[in-house]
Design a protein around this ligand. Structure first.
Ligand code: SF4
Ligand code: SF4
Ligand code: FES
Length: 266
């Protein structure tokens, strides 16, 4: 076990734990986009930067393991300023179409911008425009303008499913997620990228524009009955004048059964 200090609190975690995971274990937040507990760490979004006493620069907490005696400051002036700058960069070419975005209301980019971001943009130039609402498989629609290039979807298809339909193409502000030639995102687990995507870049063709998240007033923990695996799910229900409507099914985390995922069967 490793002893360290996070924001003045003494913490003990197993060796090999990242600073980000140690902070999350404390029940506290470090904003992050590219990190996901079941995907390889790439450290690309830079949103999770923290200050470590004695280190010359800020470190990305998702890719920095804890060390004995380490002192971490998650909300120092430098870390706060860096977070704000990262959000400003992410939003430079972002379309800000929250009012018509399925992710609006449950979007980490919205929430983090509200909590940690700059209140307004200094960007007055023409934004880079990209392809919008492009079906990339039987269940998934892609909006390239909303993508923040966290690569969660790419890593999921590569490392979890093993089908590798998606990749990051081009460079700089022209970088874009895309399908390899002749491919379609039609693997048996493709719908998981909708839940994995931290923004509204990958949305569901079925659920598109059916409801705002705050109208899904009942979330019922349940178990999928389509096969004997018994994957844990959450059933999102909307109440309307004419009765209840089951509008969405999401995976419910259970490491002993389905982990974070469910299949596309229906
Ligand atoms: S992805 Fe989030 S921030 Fe971007 S338009 Fe959709 S709701 Fe708004
Ligand atoms: S589509 Fe979503 S999950 Fe994929 S890289 Fe873009 S933001 Fe990340
Ligand atoms: S979450 Fe750490 S760099 Fe993206």
């Amino acid at each position: 076990m490793i002893d360290l200090i996070i924001d003045g609190a003494q913490v003990q975690v197993p060796a090999g734990t990242s600073i980000l995971e140690a902070v999350l274990r404390m029940g506290r937040e470090i904003p992050h986009f590219c990190y996901h507990p079941k995907l390889a760490v790439v450290g690309s979004c830079r949103m999770c930067q923290v200050e470590v006493q004695g280190a010359p620069k800020l470190v990305i907490s998702c890719a920095t393991p804890v060390a004995e005696g380490m002192e971490v400051l998650t909300a120092s002036e430098r870390a706060t300023k860096a977070r704000k700058a990262v959000l400003e960069f992410l939003l430079l070419n972002h379309p800000l179409d929250c009012p018509i975005c399925d992710k609006g209301g449950e979007c980490p980019l919205q929430d983090y911008t509200f909590k940690y971001g700059p209140g307004e943009s200094r960007f007055v130039e023409e934004k880079v425009h990209r392809i919008k609402h492009q079906p990339i498989g039987p269940f998934v629609v892609f909006d390239a303008e909303r993508c923040i290039l966290c690569s969660r979807c790419v890593r999921f298809c590569n490392d979890v499913v093993g089908t590798s339909e998606l990749g990051v193409f081009s460079r700089g502000d022209r970088s874009v997620i895309g399908l390899f030639p002749g491919q379609s995102l039609d693997n048996k687990y493709s719908g998981n990228v909708i839940d994995l995507c931290p923004v509204g870049a990958l949305t569901s063709r079925d659920y598109r524009f059916k409801s705002r998240p705050w109208d899904l007033v009942t979330q019922v923990p349940s178990v999928c009955g389509l096969c004997s695996a018994g994957c844990n799910i959450v059933v999102d229900v909307r109440h309307k004048e004419q009765g209840q409507q089951l509008l969405r099914i999401r995976p419910r985390i259970n490491d002993d059964v389905n982990g974070y995922w469910i299949c596309d069967d229906r």
